[in-house]
Design a protein around this ligand. Structure first.
Ligand SMILES: [Zn+2]
Length: 98
């Protein structure tokens, strides 16, 4: 009985975790459009943005080229890119949940 109860509690926690999504747009992450990225963590939305930039540029979207170049520069220069990354994490933490 106890086991079933704690399983139930765990289930509640898990479903709550899933609902802890936040949204950051391409624009908030330094890009040119308003496409929203949803994630539980800043890392998730940053990865989604990275993917989005690559896809947009691969699809011939010139407006995303600069943002993609900036993003690539950040991965290549982790020290100078860290400021941007920290800011993105702070922005994400300050967002209300969806
Ligand atoms: Zn975009």
């Amino acid at each position: 009985m106890d086991g079933a109860l704690s399983l139930l509690r765990l289930g509640c926690r898990l479903s709550r975790k899933v609902s802890l999504m936040k949204t950051m747009t391409c624009e908030q992450l330094g890009g040119p459009c308003g496409l929203p990225h949803h994630g539980n963590t800043a890392d998730e939305v940053i990865k989604a943005q990275d993917r989005h930039l690559k896809e947009a540029v691969a699809g011939g979207d010139a407006t995303h080229q600069v943002a993609l170049k900036d993003m690539r520069g950040r991965w290549r220069h982790p020290i100078s890119g860290m400021g941007w990354y920290r800011q993105a994490k702070r922005d994400f933490a300050a967002l209300p949940e969806d």
